[in-house]
Write a protein that binds this ligand. Sequence first.
Ligand SMILES: Nc1ncnc2c1ncn2[C@@H]1O[C@H](COP(=O)(O)OP(=O)(O)OP(=O)(O)O)[C@@H](O)[C@H]1O
Ligand SMILES: [Mg+2]
Length: 366
Amino acid sequence: MGRLDHVSADAGISGSVTPLRVVSPTRQIDEREFVVEIADATRTFGPVKAIDGLDVSIEKGRISVLLGPNGAGKTTAIRMITGALSPDTGTARVFGLDPAGDDGHEVRRRCGVVSAKPSLYDRLSGWDNLRYAAELYELGRGAGADNRIREAAAMFGIEGSLDHQVGGYSTGMKTRLALARSVLHDPDLLLLDEPTSGLDPESAFAVLELIRKLTRDGQTVLMCTHLLLEAEGLADEIVIMQKGTTLLAGTPGELASQYWPTPQVKVTSPSAEGFDLLATLDGVHAVSIDGETATADLDTLDRIPDLVASLVAGGVPVQAIVPFSPTLEDLYFAVRRDRGDDHGSDDIRPPEALSGRPARALPEAA
Ligand SMILES: Nc1ncnc2c1ncn2[C@@H]1O[C@H](COP(=O)(O)OP(=O)(O)OP(=O)(O)O)[C@@H](O)[C@H]1O
Ligand SMILES: [Mg+2]
């Protein structure tokens, strides 16, 4: 499993959480090309503010992942990108065009979409579903289009089921068919709303591999998921949403370094005196203790060998010394704790006390 890039040792020392940018820092770099730019958008449904001052910039050729609790507005944001919805205020531009305006057709021609509940024609075969989509995408009816259908079906492992009626497909097969349909026309931007839900682990893994491959080929992917493990190692950019707004955005490494500005090491020992000694050692700036594990803020992880030697020389029974590498899960819960959403419908919280410092179990031990 991948880990967030680790923090730089000279990033300043602080026990508290650094204020976060709301708009993606990539926005400031002019050479980068943004496929999607949503700026200060709002959208209400009756009394519900589904989108409330949303800023999202999606860079070309990258995999961006929208994270957030149920009802955060992720699907609504995707619908704004496809032009299915227009913002009440603010702007949504895709390929520099207005997806809800006259250019909507052009935007949708260049997008592949897998919605959370893909609509498929149950009474038609898989082949006919793809055939129909190919016609909508104006791929024609010739051998070229048929080959493209076979190729897309094979990418998602459903080539053997194309003659069967979709009504008889399993949930996972339907998702795979929707994925095949989304890439038929070789879209520039792929919008995937929880694309692995209902897939078995092998298929989910294959889908994530394909997503990686697509971006290597120059396509841009925006994906919503609730599966933090799935986003780990896949996401080039993370956008964390809550209540229709962007809590923070950036690369996993950038975001981690805002929450964990100094390198940390976890020391496990049954000896409380050992932690007293730990706090006095060179390069140790702060120590917080949680049972038999102490978290030490260091100036640099290069201190670890000296730390081990000093503790052992001091007679401290050390059971483990592990550098802390924050995972996306650590980051997500740190952000959610910090921003304290009391109203989220699935306000998942880890059991530990709330603090800026990760009090969760070591990722390695999880
Ligand atoms: N067409 C609609 N009519 C009324 N309310 C809507 C509509 N679409 C979205 N909402 C509301 O907007 C809010 C955001 O919904 P959205 O589906 O975008 O959230 P989400 O982040 O995708 O959630 P989930 O993780 O559950 O998929 C919710 O409160 C939802 O009930
Ligand atoms: Mg959704």
